[in-house]
Design a protein around this ligand. Structure first.
Ligand code: URA
Length: 218
């Protein structure tokens, strides 16, 4: 009789433990999407007015555990047509400066502050930026957990670092909110500000230097 009571007690303790484990598991899984789920959500997103004029949303692409996430402003015409980031003329220049780092485009994760092309390439509005980053970009960064974030252009520097200009934040690593950032000019400025080409190259040399400091197994 004594033995049976002991067995029942052990079983009750086990049942309670299993219940707690089940509860913890069910709390973890439903609300945390992976990068693929996020991309699919972005492609059908209608949360801001930019969805109405887009051809395709551009979630971003690259290595899911990239050491560096590169963030531009917004898709342009070719990105809107292909659904891929930085594939137009600014993208060609970005590829060129990335080559100098010894890494390939696929080693990075490349995306934008907003995922849909603003009409006639106007600047994205604050409300569009806030909606898109809070729904998608911040979650992409959390999932990838990069060692460095490279911001390209004033829109990205303003949103992610609160900077007034790229000039204010470029040329050094900035640590903020537990992340490390580098900032540079948007590659498109190269086409109307030839004088900035050298500064852009300098910024990518700094990226290369920072990459070299990271453990190779990452
Ligand atoms: N400019 C950007 O900021 N992002 C792109 O994807 C293309 C051009």
């Amino acid at each position: 009789m004594k033995r049976r009571a002991g067995d029942l007690k052990v079983r009750a303790v086990e049942a309670r433990r299993e219940g707690r484990e089940r509860e913890a598991k069910s709390k973890k899984s439903p609300s945390r999407p992976d990068l693929g789920v996020l991309s699919r959500r972005i492609r059908v997103c209608t949360e801001c007015p930019l969805h109405a004029s887009r051809t395709q949303a551009v979630p971003g692409e690259g290595h899911p555990q990239a050491k560096v996430v590169i963030i531009g402003e917004a898709p342009g015409r070719q990105e809107d047509q292909t659904g891929r980031p930085f594939v137009g003329s600014a993208g060609k220049y970005l590829d060129h400066v990335l080559e100098g780092t010894g890494f390939e485009r696929q080693d990075f994760f490349i995306t934008n502050i907003v995922k849909c092309r603003p009409p006639a390439n106007r600047m994205p509005k604050v409300k569009e930026i806030d909606t898109c980053t809070s729904l998608y970009l911040f979650e992409q960064i959390r999932l990838i957990n990069p060692r460095l974030i490279l911001l390209l252009g004033g829109v990205a520097a303003r949103k992610m670092l609160g900077a007034k200009s790229v000039e204010e934040v470029r040329g050094r690593v900035i640590e903020q909110a537990g992340r490390r950032f580098l900032a540079s000019y948007h590659p498109a400025v190269r086409f109307y500000r030839e004088d900035l080409a050298e500064k852009i190259k300098e910024d990518f040399r700094l990226l290369q230097k920072e990459l070299a400091k990271l453990p190779p197994d990452l």
